[in-house]
Design a protein around this ligand. Structure first.
Ligand code: ZN
Ligand code: ZN
Length: 247
């Protein structure tokens, strides 16, 4: 049996008449088709809809969605990510589907990391690549700009900077304008809605409070949420944290 960590999910856009609806495929590293479904929940736009579709198929995302340029299947870019079976227990031993109801809707805006931004962030040292999907982490209908990414600076990590002073990088965008900006992490802890048991540090930028609830109140980190946070251990989604130098 193929290890779950090696499964990949592909979101393939519609291309009528040959492909009237988008398709979600789960494949092995050798390309063998494991699972297949209509791709993307129509009521949830973009990558959050792709995530929702994966969950209905019994899988969860364990890496960022990245655009795949060379498949040329028509209808727009194909996106892929690493996927695991959702019933799998995570590194902490808790089941990955521990979150319940009560979460607030997240903003559905997303953008793609440019080559220039990926280079500025150190590319693979952050586990980042041009074409990576960056989702907004704020609540739906928040004030602009959209804000996502949240990556600890590996230079600070390497230098052993205290966690409270660790510099994080955020991508802020509005229309076609996007800017990388450093900031501190909010880090306020609280119980995740649903079961009220999990105490999790907020993964949003310091000072966000006037604009958005803490990250643990939002659907953004529903089971299978990507491991975007490279230094501070993230328990939400129960995916192993990505650390600088780990691709
Ligand atoms: Zn937003
Ligand atoms: Zn917060």
């Amino acid at each position: 049996m193929v290890p779950d960590s090696q499964l990949a999910a592909f979101y393939i856009p519609a291309f009528p008449p040959a492909r009237p609806a988008p398709v979600m495929q789960i494949r092995t590293p050798g390309g063998e088709l494991v699972d297949l479904a209509a791709g993307g929940r129509a009521d949830v736009a973009g990558p959050r809809g792709w995530d929702a579709q994966l969950r209905t198929m019994g899988y969860a995302r364990s890496s960022r969605w990245t655009s795949v340029d060379d498949l040329e299947l028509g209808g727009g870019p194909v996106h892929m990510c690493q996927a695991v079976r959702a019933a799998q227990t995570g590194p902490s031993g808790r089941p990955a589907d521990h979150l319940g109801n009560g979460l607030l809707p997240s903003c559905t805006s997303f953008t793609l990391l440019t080559d220039e931004q990926a280079a500025k962030l150190g590319r693979s040292k952050f586990g980042l690549h041009a074409g990576d999907v960056v989702e907004c982490e704020y609540i739906a209908h928040h004030r602009l700009p959209h804000t996502g990414l949240g990556q600890a600076d590996p230079r600070d990590v390497d230098a052993g900077v205290d966690e409270s002073q660790l510099r994080w990088w955020w991508l802020m965008w509005h229309g076609q304008e996007a800017v990388l900006t450093p900031g501190l992490l909010c880090g306020v802890e609280g119980p995740v809605p649903g079961n009220g048991q999990v105490i999790d540090p907020c993964a949003l930028p310091w000072g966000h409070e006037a604009k958005s609830p803490h990250s643990w109140q939002l659907e953004a980190f529903a089971p299978g949420g990507a491991s975007r946070h490279s230094f501070r251990p993230r328990r939400r989604g129960d995916i192993a944290p990505r650390r600088p130098g780990q691709d």
